[in-house]
Design a protein around this ligand. Sequence first.
Ligand code: FRU
Length: 542
Amino acid sequence: MTLHATADVNRIEAPVTWRAYLLCAFASFGGIYFGYDSGYINGVNGSKVFINMIDPDNNPAKPALTDAHSSLIVSILSAGTFFGALIAGDVAETIGRKWTVIVGCCVYGFGVIIQMLTGVGGSALGFIVAGRLIAGIGVGFESAIVILYMSEICPKSVRGALVACYQFCVTIGLLLASCVVYATENRPDTGSYRIPIAIQFIWALILGIGLIFLPDSPRYYVKKGRIDDAIAALCRVRNQPRDSEYIEAELAEIIANEEYERHIIPDAGWLGSWMNCFTGGLWVQKSNLRRTILGTSLQMMQQWTGVNFIFYFSTTFLQSTGAISNTFLISLIFTLVNVCSTPISFYTVEKFGRRPLLIYGAFGMLICQFIVAIIGVTVGFNKTHTDAAGNTIANSIPAVNAQVAFIAIYIFFFASTWGPGAWILIGEIFPIPIRSRGVALSTASNWLWNTIISVITPYMVGTEPKDANMKSAVFFVWGGTCTACFLYSYFLVPETKGLSLEQVDKMMEETTPRTSAKWRPTTTFATEKGLVTAEHDEVKQV
Ligand SMILES: OC[C@H]1O[C@](O)(CO)[C@@H](O)[C@@H]1O
């Protein structure tokens, strides 16, 4: 086969068309699963019908699941997603990105059916736990591979913005979940939990059926040596004809990079491929080990921002001050701020880049967290009294309101920076031979830390004798972790804006994180591999 390779670093990709845009953006719909599944269970765990089904001996005056059951039902999904993401890395190498996500949708659908059986024949706990574990595996498939797929098909100039759509969909999923459970939670029948569970089917159907009509990743085809399929796929995602010189140039570049990387990281069987993620020196930025640490730690840091403390526990926390009568409304406002702020990143991530976004975002978050903590321990959440009716009331309502406002500003900073930023970067930093496993490991890290934080925070703010009862001081912890995010992004995060995935590879070889933003490509992989032989581009045998 002959392809037009190019030496011009600016001509390796076709201009972006609307169709290409929409095609690439479709997969981001997978984010809805993620958000909806994390969100709906809090409401279901609060439904009386559900509680009576799981824990028939609960106190009718104050119906609640036992701590053990509640944390099992919540965290089992994350356990499933953790393993699902890891398995998906392998599956995506074997059957391709697109089909892995479709398989993920089927697994998820199966998990939803099992959840729907909750309460049938008097069994409840077993069905909901098994169903969420299986659905979690599906979410793990989808959350890791949608990012991988999108990063590989999106045009470089809008890749950040399109992958940010994924996080946007996560936030919409969270919002939908809180609206659905608000509407169903108090129903007197099994609809109070079956409706929120059944709605999950819709997401699986839309994503699974829609993806059947989309092409797989051209980079996957190149890795498998299926060049004709790669050309067809590239033509569709770039909306270009078969003989477009852009398609040929981009393909030549992907092929040259793949050959170069394969030379450095040879195929090494199943175990060897996983081991490849951990090879090379710790102090060498381009090494696989460093990239794996970067991807997994980025996702760890995203969870260390403490965002899920707000999304999982803000209602309980706000209730404890007695200052806010409608805590649902406040949580809804937090969720809305999250949804509305995320699209800001579509623009800023391409205009200013990934690094500034994470650095300034962490800075904004740490300031907000410390302000919330300081107000809280001096005049806000921590200072309460008991009224004549025995209710806990905050001494200073304006101080509590100020804390709520700063929490909302904190969410604004998270949603417009770290929320999407971590996902964008993990899709970009891995070289093709370890990309699917690297993205899988990084996604698994997000879920792992999500679980760890959701398991430990109730003890940090709980009021039982065994609990730390930190009240507002817990925001000092999140202020500290956001400070760690700030230093982390300054010292360790490279700039990947505007580069093709192949150019990112080169940039990571030639720069340090702090010098990365100035790096510009000077040559193409095709030139280096000798595919371009004259001063002007030439047809060359590939
Ligand atoms: O938008 C907030 C949500 O985003 C995530 O951090 C994933 O990127 C979730 O863990 C969190 O619930």
